[in-house]
Design a protein. Sequence first.
Length: 340
Amino acid sequence: MESELPDIYCPFPQRTNPHVGHTRVHLDSWIRNTGLVHRDSAMKRFEQADFGAFVGMVYPTADSKNLDLVADWFVWLFLVDDQLDDGHLGRSPERVRDVVAVMCSVIEGKGTGTPSDEDLPAAVVALVDLWERTIPTAAAHWRTRFGWHLTTYLTTTTTWEAGNRAADVVPSEETYIAKRRHTGAIHVCMDLIEIVAGIEAPESIHNDSRFITALEASCNVVCWANDVYSYEKEQVLGEIHNLVHLIRHHRGYGKQQALEVVCAQIATETERFLTAEAELLTAYPQLSWMLTPYLDGMRSWMRGNLDWSRQTPRYNPAEVSQYTAPEQYLESTVLGTARD
């Protein structure tokens, strides 16, 4: 008998961006130009996911140019993540070490160290383009934070997650929750709120305990809602890095009970966000011009992620059979590490 997903508490309004249609067209062109998607089966799956709609839900106030930019970041993150989560690369840390090193060189501003684009995996070509379009106008401390979050995402997924799979290690709930905010690249996406909103949050705000709490809580809500909706797909793939799975494993709960526990935890984190948000706005009334759009961006992420997760075929239990043969939709050229 199939479990029903419990309701997820989300008191934020549903919104979308008016530039989604333009961004869909842009994405189709960008993925072809960078070589990220080209096989028919991979293209079909990409189109079904409708990342243009997703980015429009989580950045509803972005102008057309910035919506295109963050959509490209989304696609890059999702396609790299699919390579690591769904395919054999996510169980072989040593196979992706070199390409991750090249990506980190791009992030650190050291170039690619490779003579020509023909020699570069598609993910590196795309990252170079993204970096050149994102970084030039950003503040130095934002670049440092964004680069660290992006590097940590890459190293955590390719070292910690892949290492766990290779060694058959099941992480504790506490360890997983801390790492999940990095493996989900949600910090990267939250950083992009500053680019989209045209604001620059000073380091003093990023170091404020109330801001840290609001950011951590909103990131947890997004990641755990994703775990709820992707649970069926990840069970098919034998994926252990999912909060529902870990609660079942460690506490001995049934599926429905574990789903309900995670949804209750999401509600708690949402309330924690609302409390921290109110405290932050009260503490810094002179910074409301910057804090209000930043916090609104976090709200949009919690709501938009939930709306997209409910509608995308990626997580539809009726469609999980599509994941039994990931080689049909994974492009070996993305990371340039085809199976020998």
